[in-house]
Design a protein around this ligand. Structure first.
Ligand code: ARG
Length: 431
């Protein structure tokens, strides 16, 4: 490790201990680097506005930050073990190129507020993508709900055949779920849309930093006011983001579960497009739904990240290096989670039902609930109607269309409530 920013004369540095301190942090920092560069630019602008950097110095720093961002993006500047972290790497590069001018960049900032601001910017982008994917998934589910509202399929409770349902009802459920998930991702994005840059190590700094400027330049909605809370919120906002992603992943896990059941020979309701299946190395006959299984498994990585970060937060106030270990889980959780979520729209689009298998899974007992309610509507007390409808001799092949048509979800005539869902989805569309 070349240039340790904090190194003092006469104090020995042990290579093994340095490796332990760094761990995989410098590799993880590759995720956040472009945001740290962006925040460094805003900070430099702020320093110019309060007279710490001259116009020429700002221009030089701005130019070098642009070059660094370019080199980093094209792989010409690699974050690796030569550096302690991305923060040091940026200062190192500016100093190497600009000498004393580069050495001014750290005036009034700490790596503590640098890592906070880079993580918040990174998460804003991730939550935007989460919300966009949820909106897309909801849109596909809505379109298919409308098209397939009359395609009967069994409705299960306890995985036992219960009542007549439809593909439309299945889709409408996911549409509403992903509208909720999109809303939550939006809300969480708004909640963490606050600028910590300028809070330094957690106790502010004796300079009139132009925090309004950095807040606007970085596109934050507001600034974090208390320097100490800016530190204390580390981990907390990562947890909130993982929870927002986790909400969508819970639904994704259930969709994957449904599909892995529906694609078995025993159900036979759907056939997965070939690209979502793999083969077996020994059993030539197999087509395995590995893709949906890994999509289902991705929830575990999100939940694990949440747990790991929560455990790390058992700390007194102020910055502690423990917090660094939250980065791995956060990156891993979002990489796995978004990786799975990104596959969902195309999978849902491509899904083909086998209407014959779904129709033949309906049986007379599945109209018993309709019968009980019909008898109650005719005046029989419901409990008596229920007992009457429980008699197998009362069960007869019913009409799925009539059964479905009589069911309401909005309290009005609109059976699946699709208009309500469409309006909600429109209201959260990004302009
Ligand atoms: N890698 C460090 C982290 O993630 C950066 C901040 C280091 N700050 C410090 N005071 N050692 O927390």
């Amino acid at each position: 490790m070349s240039n340790l920013l904090w190194r003092k004369q006469g104090i020995a540095v042990d290579a093994d201990i340095q490796r332990f301190l760094a761990g995989d942090d410098i590799i993880l920092d590759r995720e956040f680097m472009r945001f740290d560069i962006q925040a460094s630019r805003a900070h430099a602008e702020g320093l110019h506005r309060i007279g710490i950097l001259s116009a020429d110095e700002l221009t030089a720093i701005g130019r070098e930050l642009d070059l660094l961002a370019d080199d980093f993006q094209h792989g010409d500047f690699v974050l690796d073990e030569r550096y302690e972290d991305m923060h040091s790497a940026i200062e190192d590069r500016l100093t190497e190129r600009l000498g004393d001018i580069g050495k001014k960049i750290h005036t009034g900032r700490s790596r503590n507020d640098q890592v906070l601001v880079a993580t918040r910017l990174w998460l804003k982008a991730k939550l935007d993508e989460t919300a966009a994917l949820c909106r897309e998934i909801a849109g596909i589910a809505l379109t298919r709900a409308e098209a397939e509202s009359d395609l009967p399929m069994p409705g299960y409770t306890h995985l036992q055949r219960a009542v007549v349902s439809s593909a439309g009802m299945w889709w409408a459920g996911w549409a509403e779920a992903f509208i909720d998930n999109a809303l939550r991702a939006h809300a969480t994005g708004d909640w963490l849309d606050a600028n910590p840059l300028g809070t330094a190590a957690g106790y502010g700094v004796n300079l009139p930093l132009d925090r309004e400027h950095t807040t606007a330049a970085l596109g934050f909605a507001r600034m974090q006011v208390s320097p100490l809370y800016a530190q204390l919120s580390r981990g907390k906002f990562e947890l909130a983001a993982l929870e927002a992603l986790g909400g969508a992943m819970l639904d994704l896990r259930r969709i994957a579960w449904d599909l892995s059941l529906f694609t078995t020979a025993e159900f036979g309701f759907v056939e997965l497009p070939a690209q979502y299946t793999t083969g077996s190395s020994i059993m030539p006959n197999k087509r395995n739904p590995d893709v949906i299984e890994l999509m289902r498994a991705a929830y575990a990585s999100v939940a694990a990240a949440r747990t790991e970060i929560e455990q790390l937060l058992s700390l007194p106030s102020g910055y502690h290096r423990d917090l660094q270990f939250g980065k791995g889980g956060l990156v891993h959780g979002f990489t796995r989670g978004l990786g799975a979520l990104r596959l969902l729209p195309a999978l849902l689009d491509a899904l083909e039902w086998n209407p014959k298998a779904m129709r033949s899974a309906l049986e007379p007992s599945m109209y018993a609930t309709d019968l009980a309610v019909d008898l109650a509507r005719q005046g029989l007390p419901f409990r008596d109607a229920y007992r009457e409808a429980a008699k197998p001799e009362r069960w007869a092949e019913g009409d799925p269309a009539a059964s479905l048509a009589a069911r309401v979800s909005t309290g009005g005539a609109a059976r699946l409530g699709l208009d309500v869902l469409k309006a909600r989805l429109r209201s959260i569309a990004k302009d």
